[in-house]
Structure formats: C-alpha cells, structure tokens
Write a protein that binds this ligand. Structure first.
Ligand code: MGP
Ligand code: SAH
Length: 550
C-alpha cells in the first residue's frame, strides 16, 4: 500500500505550515467569551491510485458500460481538475501590507466601550467647546488632553454646531452652560460611539464572510444579518486588505439616535492571516439526480442475511456480494455508487486483495489518503487508544491501527462491521482493533468508558451524513444533517475526552463547529484537498488541535 500512495511532498508540508488563519470567535456582544479557531488546509495527493482505478477495464464490458465509464471520466475530469490553470491557492487570507494605518482607521473601537470612550475624551471635548467662549487657558489644557483615540466626527464637532448655539442661548450662567454642554456631549458621544462600533463590527463580519466564501468554507451565518444597522451610518473600519474593493472607505457618520436600539450581532471574527490569498472553490456541484426509474437497483445490491445466525467471520460463498472487486456487476446501474467504483483504489489501495464493502460503505468510506493523514495527526504515540465511533467498513480504524494505535471500532450495522473486520485482516491489523457491534451512545455509556476509569485517548467521529445527496444543500447542518443528531454525538464523546476529531462534509456550517468548541475553547478546522479538490473537512478539538498544549 505504502508505495501506491504518493507521499505528501516536503513542499506541500511547508505549505501546510503556512496555511493558517486564526480566528477569534466571539460568543456574545460583550466580547468576553471567545473561541480560537484555526483554519488549515491539507494538500494530499493520490493520483497514482486514481489512475490505477481508471486504467482498469470494467468487468463484463458492453457498449453501455463503456459509455458509462466515459461519462464518469468526464465527470471526474470536471471535478478532479489538476491542471496548472486551476491551481489551488497557496495559502489562506490576503497579502499583508505594511502601509501605515490611515488616520481614519478605527480598529480600536471594537475593543472599547462607549463609557470608556467618554471617560477618555470628555475633558478634551468640553474644554474644546469652551474655547468658543474665549477661554484661552482652557483651550491650552484641551489641546494637551487630546486623546490618541478619537472618532473623526469628534475632531471638529461640526455636526453639533446648531445644538451648541441653542445651549449657549439657553444658559447665561457660564457654569450652568458648561454643565448643559457636558451633558449634551456625553449623550451624543455614547450615541456616536455605539453607531460606529456597530458599523465597525458589521463591516468586519461582512469581510469575514466574504473571505470565508472565497476560501470555499460554508460559514452557516446569515449574510443578511450583517448589513449596516442604520442607513445613516457608513462603515468606518478602514480595510487593510489590498484586494478589497474600497466599499469600506472611511466616511464621517451622522450621529443617529436610532442606532442605539439596533440589534448587534452574536458573533465577531478577527482573522489573523499569513501569506497571500488566492481563490479556492469547492468541487463543482453536480446536478441533483432525478428520481430513479428503477428504485430496485439499491435493493438488489443489498445482500440478505439471516440475522438470527449472523456470523462476523468472512465466508467467501455467503459474502461474495460484498467483495469490492466484484462490485461493478452490482453497481454499474446504480448512478449514485458508480462514481465511487471508478475511484475504488483511492478508497482502498488493497481493494483487489479481498476488501469487502456494502452499498453504504462505498459512499461513506474515508479515502485511504485522507484516513492515513488523519491517523498521522491523531496517533501521537504507539499504543494510544482511539474509539472510532462510526467505523463503517473500517477506512479510518485500519489507518489508526497501521499508525500504531489500539482501536475500538463501533458500528451499529453488523454487515458493515463484518466488512471492517475482514478489511482489517487484509491490511494485517485486525489484532489491533476491537470490533463492537452496537449503538455509539450505548457503547459509550458502558462502565469501562465512563470518566475516571476511561483509558480513551481520543475519539474519531464520522457519522452518516444522510447519503451522497448531502452536497445538494448549500450548507450542511450538524444537527439535522447527521444521523444521529451531530450535536448529541459530540456531547457524548465530549463526556469521555476533549480530544475529538469530527469528520464532516465540506459544506458544514462553520459556526456550528465553533459552537461545539464552546466559549474559551479551541478548534482546528482542516480542509482535506485531494488532488486539489476539497473533499472533506475534519474538525480537531482538545489537544488534537494544532497549537493546543499537548
Ligand atoms: P462525496 O461528496 O459523496 O464524493 O463524498 P466526491 O468524490 O467528493 O463527489 P463529487 O461528485 O463532488 O466529486 C466525499 C467523501 O466524503 C467520501 O469519499 C466519504 O469519505 C465521505 N462521505 C460521504 N458521505 C455521503 C459520507 C457519510 O454519509 N458519512 C461519512 N462519514 N462520510 C461520508
Ligand atoms: N469512517 C467510516 C465510514 C463511516 S459511515 C469508514 O471509513 O469506513 C457511518 C457509519 O455509522 C455507518 O457504517 C453506520 O452504520 C454507522 N452508524 C449509524 N448510526 C450509528 C450509531 N448510532 N452507532 C454506531 N454506528 C452508527
């Protein structure tokens, strides 16, 4: 197997190290509860395996199968483009520029509140206004007390000229006049601050959304929520991105009393970038298939077992239908599965050596190159114990074992677990895997896994995503998309260990992953790019996250 899989080159490893975007995700408006998110991308290569699949002629060829193969190669050509004209970006984010911050740069505003702002500025503003009354000495003091951080609209206070005249006319007594002036300024300062704070935050969120979109990441956030809260306020944060279109030019706002009541947003991102930005897209979305004329194709490919006398041992006669190398006969009419057949050596490089797979196994097994990479990351010492909670036909369990872990492979489906066991034998690692046929939640509630006595180092989660049609939704919802509910799955695993790797669709809502990490948490979301196409993502929690203390 080893020689068949092209190793990650040194160059791509270096690229990996550069491709980091740290995002601080704020859980509430007061910006107290944050979560650090690291977005990474892993460039994996398995072209040799893919070519091996395409070079092999399908069994029992006739005109129809030849056409099907051509069609598929075309389809794959669409989605597996590796030509230089479709190069992936070399890194996340946009180029860092060193140009000085413009005077109107208001990045600081989100780190302050209006009370602190007023405290820092009140002396300056009040005394500045007193200057109009000819108080030379106070003017001198005002200029000296000018704070470093000041909103552009408070530099000249020209918006309030009429109000000042009104106040001046109302109070003859200088003391009272000053008191009224101070009160007026304080109220306006709070309003102006909040208006600009909201617009700054909106602008940052919008920038974040646009950036994530360009990176091919589903955010799970509603764009409409990130509109400027009031028409009279223009976003003020000046962009430090050379590729932005200038929509965020600094403009002096008009103070608005209505903005105070506008809802603010539940998240705020700060993106720390390195390197240059280039565009990256999700694989082309294929057409949603029409309802199959012959629904029996799927049923025909499902072997019938006598469950009362079920045996997990491989029986060449009874299990002939599960033999992956024979699958073309079974699945060549099954449009959903055919494409996986044509990439079969990508799934298991030893496919022809007796690998078993059922229908669901075909579309859900983790491609070997990706599984091997995940194992490389998760298995940090020999003999560590990993639970593969949704083991399927064993794609991940086998790789964990090959990398030196002891694996507890759980699956609800006995046929799939039988396949996993057999496949582990094919790869020579069955001895390092304990196979448990049962429900993930029930297995985890066993006494031996309960905290305090648990010997589990990490949990790997790759639940069903609702079949290959998951991709027809713009964004994948962890709660409703996974079966069982993806949040419940995570919670159950979390009770056992914080070290969790969650294998999810590439269109998963990113904000949901962040929420799994929780306030004060850390998560790394890694996109696996196989031959320059994003295939899947893996979210690493606990000490599996890069940069987390081991
Ligand atoms: P895919 O999107 O169905 O295929 O699955 P692909 O090749 O990206 O299709 P294309 O037409 O867009 O090019 C990609 C990978 O996701 C599969 O190889 C599986 O590893 C994984 N996967 C797919 N499904 C439907 C599931 C699932 O339900 N559960 C799990 N755990 N993994 C899945
Ligand atoms: N990573 C696997 C594929 C997992 S597919 C591989 O590489 O082969 C998801 C698997 O979860 C399916 O095999 C399905 O039978 C199993 N499953 C679904 N619900 C389950 C549950 N409640 N408990 C355990 N396994 C479950």
């Amino acid at each position: 197997m080893e020689e068949a899989v092209e190793e990650t080159t040194q160059e791509s490893r270096n690229e990996y190290a550069r491709n980091l975007v740290w995002t601080t995700f704020y859980f509430d408006e007061k910006t107290v509860n944050t979560c650090d998110v690291l977005l990474t991308r892993q460039f994996l290569v398995d072209r040799k395996l893919l070519k091996k699949s395409l070079a092999t002629e399908p069994v029992g060829q006739d005109l129809e199968t030849v056409r099907a193969k051509e069609e598929l190669e075309q389809e794959m050509g669409k989605t597996e483009k590796t030509d230089s004209d479709e190069k992936l970006p070399t890194s996340f984010g946009s180029k860092k520029t060193t140009r000085p911050l413009p005077r109107s740069w208001l990045g600081w505003i989100e780190k302050m509140d209006s009370k602190a702002y007023w405290e820092s500025i009140n002396e300056y503003l009040i005394y500045k206004e007193m200057d109009e009354q000819g108080q030379e000495e106070l003017l001198h003091k005002a200029v000296k007390s000018k704070p470093a951080m000041i909103l552009p609209c408070h530099e000249k206070l020209k918006n309030y000229a009429d109000d000042f005249v009104e106040i001046g006319a109302k109070y003859e007594d200088p003391g009272k006049r000053m008191e009224a002036l101070a009160k007026f300024l304080e109220r306006r300062c709070h309003q102006d601050f909040l208006a600009l704070w909201a617009s700054a935050r909106t602008t940052r969120c919008r920038k974040y959304l646009a950036k994530m979109e360009r990176l091919g990441i589903a955010t799970g956030l509603n764009k409409k929520k990130f509109t400027v809260p009031d028409d009279t306020v223009t976003p003020l944060i000046d962009s430090d991105d050379s590729d932005d279109d200038g929509e965020e030019a600094a403009v002096e706002p008009q103070a608005s009393s209505s903005v105070e009541t506008q809802p603010i947003y539940d998240v705020l991102y700060e993106v720390y970038e390195e390197g240059a930005h280039l565009e990256m897209k999700l694989g082309a979305k294929s057409e949603r298939p029409q309802a199959q004329a012959q629904p029996s194709v799927e049923e025909a490919a499902t072997p019938v077992y006598d469950m009362a006398n079920f045996s997990f041992a491989y029986d060449p006669e009874k299990d002939a239908q599960l033999l992956a190398s024979n699958a073309y006969e079974l699945f060549h009419m099954d449009k959903e599965i055919r494409k996986y057949w044509f990439q079969r050596y990508r799934l298991f490089s030893r496919l022809d050596q007796g690998v078993l797979m059922d229908r669901e196994g075909w579309f859900s097994v983790t491609p070997e190159r990706i599984a091997s990479h995940i194992a490389q990351r998760m298995v940090t010492r020999p003999g560590m114990v990993i639970i593969d909670g949704f083991a399927g036909v064993g794609g991940n369990s086998i790789q964990f074992a090959l990398h030196g872990a002891y694996v507890i492979a759980v699956d609800l489906d006995p046929i799939r677990l039988k396949c996993a066991k057999r496949n582990a034998e094919v790869y020579g690692v069955a001895e390092h895997i304990e196979f448990i046929c049962g429900d993930f939640f029930h297995v985890l509630s066993q006494q031996r896994f309960q905290s305090g006595q648990s010997i589990i180092d990490a949990v790997f989660l790759s639940p069903p995503w609702g079949g290959p049609s998951y991709i027809f939704e713009k964004e994948f919802d962890i709660g409703t998309g996974c079966t069982p509910n993806g949040f419940d799955i995570f919670e159950a695993a979390r009770r056992l260990t914080p070290n969790i790797a969650y294998f999810l669709p590439r269109n998963t809502k990113q904000n949901q992953i962040v929420h799994l990490a929780g306030p004060g948490g850390k998560v790394e979301v890694e996109q696996s790019c196989l031959n320059k196409k994003i295939k899947t993502i893996t979210a690493y929690f606990g000490n599996l996250c890069q940069g987390a203390a081991k």
